[in-house]
Design a protein around this ligand. Structure first.
Ligand code: NDP
Length: 403
């Protein structure tokens, strides 16, 4: 039925490729392309070795996704119906440009970031609205877990549980243990840029800025227990307050262990998280890029990873004149993810929604011309698919996790 080009063969790319291969009724032809072709080949070898996916039609290719002509040539030769971008946020615009040039739909899981400034905003990608619309193409932004499923949870509760929503709190807990002193669960460079920036939340029509990790509260996560949770700025806040303008307060919380914070503080204090070039023995070195080379790859953390993630959205508002609170969440087990697709839960919870979003677009359930954030589309088929494809969700009513 449909041809998909997946770009990126890291932790998330591995999951996306394997879940697309499982969903062979929709993804009849898959091309997995990345900078390092051997990583694509290793993933495909595992797909062929698994009884569930052995018959999938999947090939691999090498591509530099910073290079629009190279991308366009690959797209023209494979002729996909959709390009699923799980490379890095730096490549979002070049891949969108190549999709426009070749007339193909687009999906990603993280907003564009310029390399030289850690800035998380949709402005660059929203600026493509007219060009996608004019070509009758659809670009779906941020279709991982957060952003992605968190946007779907918000839209679903807004549709089914509330007449009006006042506050939104996204809580993201990884209570897993990978046994390493310090490692990040997705691309280290992107992860550290995100966490070391100032915190920000939406309050009464404006953004309130905080020092990095300044505000923290204990949150009692279902299936996990209480964990200290730190207020961060996260990209889906920007699109959610735009599309649900009546929300008066929107915050994002993430858990970190004391060991993680200790390592991060030292790395910051000695300058290892800097993203500006430093002169070292006649070479220009970006400390954070060098640090990434030393840290474990996220795709290597899966074996032996134990524990669970719990990510959810709490909304407060009213229904039929009565104040109400709802919390919708997913719990995902690292070891079960490893068993199924040789990945840890952070890659899994990102890759499964990317596959689901692509399947909804390719089957015409989600359609439109222009650039979309996930909450602009009907959440119901996505909620059903989460239960089918490995990320079952649950709901708590009138229990307040965050005050
Ligand atoms: P990894 O670093 O594990 O993988 C990134 C992949 O992209 C690697 O295969 C890398 O190639 C490839 N790549 C990088 N640059 C290029 C390029 N110029 N051309 C072609 N391929 C390139 O990262 P993750 O898999 O952990 O993350 C993938 C994406 O998912 C990121 O954008 C991340 O921000 C996003 N994400 C989203 C989440 C969500 O919930 N929405 C959560 C977690 C991640 P090579 O192997 O050669 O380095």
């Amino acid at each position: 039925m449909a041809r998909v080009l997946i770009i990126g063969a890291g932790g998330v790319g591995n999951v996306v490729a394997k879940k697309c291969a499982q969903n062979h009724a929709v993804f009849t032809d898959i091309l997995l392309a990345s900078r390092t072709k051997s990583k694509c080949d290793a993933i495909v070898a595992e797909i062929r070795a698994s009884a569930r996916t052995a018959s999938a039609k999947i090939a691999t290719a090498q591509v530099d996704a910073d290079n629009v002509p190279e991308l366009a040539a690959l797209i023209r030769s494979f002729k996909p119906d959709l390009v699923l971008n799980v490379a890095l946020p730096y490549q979002d615009l070049t891949i969108m440009d190549a999709c426009l040039e070749t007339g193909v739909n687009y999906l990603d899981t993280a907003n564009y970031e310029p390399r030289d400034v850690a800035k998380f905003e949709y402005s660059w990608q929203w600026a493509y609205q007219k060009r996608f619309e004019e070509k009758g193409l659809m670009a779906l932004l941020g279709c991982g877990f957060d952003p992605g499923v968190t946007n779907v949870f918000t839209a679903w509760m807004h549709k089914h549980r509330f007449d009006s929503v006042n506050t939104l709190d996204i809580v993201d807990c990884n209570a897993g243990d990978h046994g390493k002193a310090f490692a990040t669960n997705f691309n280290p460079e992107i992860n550290i840029r995100e966490i070391t920036q100032k915190g920000r939340y939406w309050k009464d029509g404006q953004w309130i800025e905080t020092q990095p990790l300044e505000i923290h509260v204990p949150v009692d996560y279902p299936s996990v227990g209480p964990r200290e949770s730190y207020l961060l700025y996260h990209e889906e806040l920007e699109s959610l307050v735009k599309h649900f303008p009546k929300i008066s307060q929107a915050r994002f919380w993430m858990t970190f262990g004391q060991e993680y914070i200790k390592h991060l503080t030292v790395l910051q204090n000695v300058g290892m998280t800097r993203i500006d070039p430093v002169d070292f023995q006649g070479h220009k070195v970006i400390p954070l890029e060098f640090l990434k080379a030393l840290l474990p790859e996220p795709s290597s953390l899966g074996a032996g990873y134990t524990g669970k993630t719990c990510i959810g959205v709490q909304l407060r508002g009213s229904k039929a004149g009565m104040p109400t609170t709802h919390f919708v969440y997913n719990v995902c087990d690292h070891a079960e993810c490893w068993q199924e697709v040789q990945a840890q839960a952070v890659s899994y919870t990102t890759g499964v929604p990317a596959m689901i979003g692509a399947a909804l677009m390719l089957t015409g359930v989600w359609k439109g011309a222009g650039v979309f954030n996930v909450e602009q589309l009907d959440p119901d088929p996505f909620m059903t698919a989460l239960n089918q494809w490995g990320l079952p969700w649950q709901e708590l009513a009138n229990v307040q996790l965050v005050h």
